[in-house]
Design a protein around this ligand. Structure first.
Ligand SMILES: *Cc1c(COP(=O)(O)O)cnc(C)c1O
Length: 373
């Protein structure tokens, strides 16, 4: 048996006729950049995320950059964020000449430890950027409580969390700007790069629309220095075919997560591996199903690879220890929970079309690996 970490074949072949006719509509109208399909998608995404506005752009990385620009982050400012995330979370900050100020993670959720935020706020703090890692919201209620006392804007990195909820509020709707990605491995993946931003603030929405298009509201007149970061018509058309299926796919990811829990528990493996923690009153969308293995993660990963089970590590190097951020002056040992997570996390296949026999096989191979020891 082969169990890839992610296999999009089934999803795409089921939708192929619809996707082809959607692409045909774009070809017929020549609306290759932004255009009607993108506009319609933006309306549908705003409704899905329960925000007033959704604005397409060229990638999740750009969504973060544009969002930070729109809330006014400039050179010399500080942005508080997590060192345990994808690289773009932090490069968006440094590309603006601002300084990332890290706060360690909560070891249970892998998200920002909100209790440490207040101590990191200075007069230069211009924004706080939590990440909803693996598809589960950071503790936004507590975070907004802290932030409310200081009046600092929040930008959510919700790239892995479309449709995730905390107390009935959706990811991207709990801050000034929410940032999302259509990278093919996300729950709503395009057929190329793409992303979008959500907001309830009319002025921010207006700036984001301009900033993604060279800061221009009227052609050849530039109010701001923006960037070229527009969503393609083809991506818009494909994503409109996929969006109506998103909740069904996310439900299946949740069913797969439940099945792993049962299988690992029945196999008596809950001492050797730690299963993902689910926060109360939250909807986890399981973009990734990440277990913790203390001590022999890399051996387990090798054993699984030899058995044709795909896995990955999100992420093996915490951002404060990346070579390009050496100038920030952080040292090993400063964020112990992030550093520990980098040595212990392992993502297992969780995609919606995964079959139960494949999950049984994965758990059997994990059991075998521990038996060998
Ligand atoms: C995927 C991802 C991004 C970047 O999205 P791209 O569309 O690949 O640029 C940013 N942050 C996180 C947490 C992500 O998972």
């Amino acid at each position: 048996m082969k169990v890839p970490l992610l296999d999009l074949t089934e999803q795409n072949s089921a939708l192929r006729p619809e996707i082809e006719s959607a692409l045909g509509r774009v070809l017929d109208t020549n609306a290759f950049i932004l255009g009607g399909e993108v506009k319609a998608l933006e309306d549908e995404l705003a409704e899905y995320c329960r925000t007033k506005y959704a604005i397409g752009c060229a990638s999740g990385s750009d969504a973060l950059l544009l969002a930070l620009m729109a809330v006014g982050v400039k050179a010399g400012d500080e942005v508080i964020t997590t060192p345990y995330s994808f690289f773009a979370t932090v490069s968006a900050i440094t590309r603006l000449g601002a300084t990332p100020v890290f706060v360690d993670i909560d070891p249970k959720t892998f998200n920002l430890d909100v209790s440490q935020i207040e101590g990191a706020i200075t007069e230069r703090t211009k924004a706080i950027q939590p990440v909803h890692l693996y598809g589960q919201c950071a503790d936004m209620e507590a975070l907004n409580d802290v932030v409310g006392r200081h009046g600092i804007p929040v930008v959510e990195d919700a790239a892995q969390a479309i449709g995730a909820e905390e107390n009935g509020r959706r990811a991207g709707a709990m801050s000034e700007v929410g940032c999302f990605s259509f990278y093919p491995s996300k729950n709503l993946g395009g057929m190329g790069d793409g992303g979008f931003m959500t907001t309830d603030d009319e002025q921010i929405a207006r700036e984001l629309v301009a900033l993604r298009n060279h800061g221009s509201e009227e052609r050849y007149y530039h109010k701001w220095v923006g960037v070229n970061s527009r969503l393609d018509g083809f991506q818009g058309a494909v994503l409109r075919v996929k969006l109506p299926h998103l909740d069904e796919w996310t439900d299946r990811r949740n069913q797969n997560a439940d099945r792993y829990r049962d299988l690992f528990t029945n196999a008596g493996l809950t001492e050797q591996i730690e299963l993902p923690f689910e926060r109360e009153n939250c909807r986890h969308i399981y973009n990734q199903f990440v277990i913790r293995v203390s001590g022999r993660r890399d051996e387990l990963r090798k054993h699984l690879a030899a058995a044709d089970v795909g896995t990955d590590i999100y992420y093996p190097v915490p951002l404060h220890l990346q070579e390009c951020f050496e100038y920030l002056g952080y040292r090993e040992g400063e964020f112990p929970e992030s550093e520990k997570a980098a040595k212990e996390t392992l993502a297992l296949p969780i995609y919606p079309e995964l079959r139960s026999e494949q999950q049984e096989y994965v758990v059997e191979k994990v059991r075998e690996s521990f038996e060998e020891k």
